[in-house]
Design a protein around this ligand. Structure first.
Ligand SMILES: [Mg+2]
Length: 209
């Protein structure tokens, strides 16, 4: 692919670079014998998670998120190739995740194992799932960093880009990605194979390159 004007892309980690929800769902099924569907993955109803209170479910999931199995799980199909293609096209790439600060070391390790030297900056942690939530949205963070496109599976994050006119690449074909209406400039890409093409085609339309 040809090099072009520099442009910055934020890349979400969970369910974009790594199949986090599917890993958690599988771990939860194997460990606790409870089947949580993709539709219910973001549910805070304790019954969905087979527990008396939602905090117990969070603790269970958190144990897995700090395990070696989680850190060393392979990326989503095509993610390495997609990131490589974007780099070759001249993109400046930054991982921007809703993960919290307690996951810094584990996240760096996963990225080092599978995406070594492929990102231009260390990951940004927006602490979205923290009990004491970060008050900034992903849109706020992307705006501060001068991001042109954010690749994300979460419609809430995609919609937070709208007020800054940052382009959202809605990744994947997840139940939660279809459940909510999108706002702003949204480019759907159901597979990593489509991601570079979707972004580069959009840029071509803007810059006429
Ligand atoms: Mg995500």
């Amino acid at each position: 692919m040809e090099k072009s004007t520099p442009f910055k892309i934020g890349v979400d980690i969970d369910d974009v670079l790594f199949p986090t929800a599917d890993m958690i769902i599988e771990y939860y099924r194997q460990t606790y014998g409870v089947v949580v569907s993709q539709e219910n993955f973001y549910s805070r109803d304790p019954a969905v998670w087979g527990v008396a209170d939602y905090e117990t479910a969070i603790t269970r999931v958190s144990t897995f998120l700090h395990s070696e199995d989680f850190r060393h799980h392979a990326p989503i199909d095509g993610a390495v190739e997609g990131i490589t293609a974007l780099r070759e096209a001249g993109a400046y790439l930054v991982p921007i995740t809703g993960r919290d600060d307690t996951q810094r070391a584990a996240t760096r390790e996963s990225l080092d194992v599978f995406f070594q030297d492929m990102f231009d900056e260390d990951p940004i942690f927006t602490n979205y799932f923290n009990v004491v939530k970060c008050t900034k949205t992903k849109g706020d963070v992307c705006h501060e960093l001068g991001v042109d496109y954010q690749i994300d599976d979460h419609v809430g994050h995609i919609n937070s880009l709208a007020k800054y006119a940052i382009k959202g690449v809605l990744f994947g074909n997840y139940a939660w990605g279809r459940a909510q209406k999108t706002e702003g400039i949204v480019l759907p890409a159901s597979h990593w194979l489509d991601v570079p093409e979707v972004i580069l085609r959009h840029r071509k339309g803007i810059h006429g390159e």
